[in-house]
Write a protein that binds this ligand. Structure first.
Ligand code: FAD
Length: 536
């Protein structure tokens, strides 16, 4: 992009650089507006486009294991070049982890009661992926290309609450508005910094010019008093009595003490770049992406209810055994290549004739427990009583991290589905040991602390709970590696073996808990297959 500034040397910067600059000045709202103007949802960076396939696939058959985003992306891209693709999927639905529960959806964990979703009025709950950041260009690429309509997801709402039970002091057990705590943390630290700078205590670290600019920056924020440099109640912090007309100037809210705030860990950890304030979600449910991909495939490409039981290869082909999960019938598919997108803890248990090094590598990553639950309420009290629109309240209650509010149908009178808890790791494993009823009761009790008198009262009895590590075909929300194992074993998995390759979000480096990992993984595998096919 060229910025015309009227000078002979026009400045050349990328859209990404420009968006970053807009973000620094105007925040996420400005970036969002700019993105919409450019239709960035479709404008992928050159390095983030699907790979060019050089080989002609006519006459070659690829057997893909798993009809999640990765498997269907591979089939979609390879079919364009004439490859015949057959997807074998154990589940009775497409999408893998990319699922949304609606009235009638069924969830069946291992050794657990079958759940049938009973949400009212066309509402849904994304029990797998739910947020897309603008940085995830491959995900946005497919949304745009396949016509999946997106809407903003409000990831942080300033009016949502922080609640810390496991601390001492006056803030213990109090529900505190996030905006108040965030500003008080910033204001108190601004005061300390400004006073240090003013008293020359930073002179060893900054030049006189920088010190003056730092002081001016801190004053201009509007949190500290320009003369005394004190942080005290002010307009940015807000009001406990909102101002009106005439002589009603309102009353500023009180600020919390720094020493009390230091004790509180909730909300102190900044989320990484993949969690901006404004994100995206497909209108109507995340599974729209999976269905849009499925719709691009030739009829008969995907075979559901087919559990792969054996993967064998010879020098010039593969033989995949699978059984019909309904009738028990055993079948075999033959192909030129096989690409598995099944999570490693699952595929490593399938009978195979891989070399021992590969078998060991597939066993290296562990499935990470991940737990989510969605609860439906007959009144949107978080909006009507608490002024919370989207975003998430956070607590330090063991087994709970966030309660997230819906970003769609704001201000409606109808019911709403709230993400009652989302947690991973050891706490997720512990929580998921409870019965479905007790899981819901746990979320209601935490919610009751955040919204006293409302959570139990307005819960309409419809909930969906999901422990991904207890799903037979997933055994985890994603996989985790130790650094050492990743360094040693991932290259072996990436190499696969002659006619068999491994894909899915598990082969992504950092983003292996995101859909973008599934797309990037698919692209990497397509490149590798193209290379192998070219070599014959
Ligand atoms: C709780 C949770 C929250 C998430 N949140 C987000 C988010 O907010 N944003 C985001 O971008 N991403 C998120 N993700 C990540 C995202 O869901 C995944 O990265 C992506 O869906 C993985 O796609 P995949 O195709 O690689 O794997 P999968 O979707 O797991 O596909 C693998 C397929 O293999 C099938 N299979 C397994 N065993 C067999 C067998 N024996 N025979 C045949 N088929 C078999 C499975 O049934 C499955 O369909 C989240 C994931 C979870 C679990």
């Amino acid at each position: 992009m060229i910025i015309k500034d009227g000078t002979p040397g026009e400045i050349q910067i990328s859209k990404r650089q420009l968006l970053k600059s807009i973000g620094m000045v105007g925040g996420s709202t400005a970036v969002f507006a700019a993105m919409q103007g450019w239709d960035l949802a479709g404008a992928t960076e050159p390095t983030k486009a699907p790979p060019k396939i050089t080989t002609d696939g006519h006459g070659k058959k690829i057997i893909i294991l798993g009809a999640g985003l990765s498997g269907m992306t591979i089939a979609y891209e390879l079919s364009k070049k004439g490859y015949e693709c057959q997807i074998i999927e154990a589940d009775d639905k497409i999408g893998g982890r990319c699922q949304s529960a609606r009235k009638g959806s069924v969830i069946q964990e291992v050794n657990s009661d079958k759940q049938t979703c009973n949400f009212e009025s066309g509402q849904y709950f994304n029990y797998g992926p739910w947020r897309i950041p603008a940085q995830h260009h491959p995900t946005l690429h497919y949304c745009h290309k396949l016509g999946v309509a997106l809407e903003p997801l409000i990831n942080k709402s300033p009016m949502a609450y922080y609640l810390a039970d496991n601390i001492e002091g006056p803030l213990k057990g109090q529900r505190l508005r996030q905006t108040d705590v965030d500003l008080d943390r910033q204001g108190h630290i601004g005061e300390l910094l400004a006073k240090c700078a003013d008293q020359g205590k930073l002179d060893d670290m900054v030049s006189v010019e920088d010190r003056e600019m730092l002081l001016e920056y801190l004053k201009a924020q509007g949190l500290i008093n320009r003369r005394e440099l004190n942080y005290r109640p002010n307009r940015a912090r807000g009001w406990k009595d909102y101002p009106g007309a005439g002589e009603d100037f309102g009353v500023y809210s009180d600020i919390y003490k720094l020493t009390d705030l230091f004790k509180m860990k909730v909300g102190a950890h900044l989320e990484n770049e993949d969690h901006p304030v404004v994100m995206f979600q497909p209108i109507g449910g995340m599974d729209r992406i999976a269905h849009a991909l499925y719709d691009t495939l030739l009829k008969g490409t995907v075979h559901l209810n087919r559990e792969v039981t054996n993967i064998s290869q010879t020098t010039d082909g593969v033989s995949i055994k699978y059984k019909d999960t309904v009738s028990g019938e055993e079948m075999t598919a033959m192909g030129d290549y096989c690409i598995s997108t099944i999570q490693f803890p699952v595929v490593s248990k399938i009978e195979n004739n891989f070399n021992p090094e590969l078998q060991k590598a597939l066993k290296a990553p562990a499935g990470s427990p991940a737990f989510k639950q969605g609860l439906q309420f007959n009144r949107r009290f978080w909006e009507q009583d608490d002024m919370i629109y989207g975003g998430a309240s956070m607590t330090d209650t063991p087994g709970h991290a966030i309660t997230a509010y819906p970003s769609s149908e704001l201000h409606s009178n109808g019911p709403g589905v709230v993400l009652g808890s989302y947690i991973w790791g050891g706490e997720a494993a512990r929580l998921s040991n409870l019965s479905n009823k007790d899981r819901v009761e746990f979320a209601l009790n935490v919610g009751e602390k955040l919204h006293p008198g409302n959570f139990h009262h307005h819960y309409n009895g419809n909930a969906v709970t999901m422990a991904w590590h207890r799903m037979k075909y997933h055994l985890g929300g994603w996989v985790t590696w130790t650094r050492r194992k990743r360094q040693r074993q991932l290259p072996t998995i990436l190499k696969g073996e002659n006619r068999v390759l491994f894909s899915g979000n598990g082969i992504a480096t950092v983003q292996n808990g995101w859909m973008v990992g599934a797309f990037e993984g698919a692209w990497l595998t397509i490149k590798e297959l193209d290379k192998r096919a070219a070599q014959g």
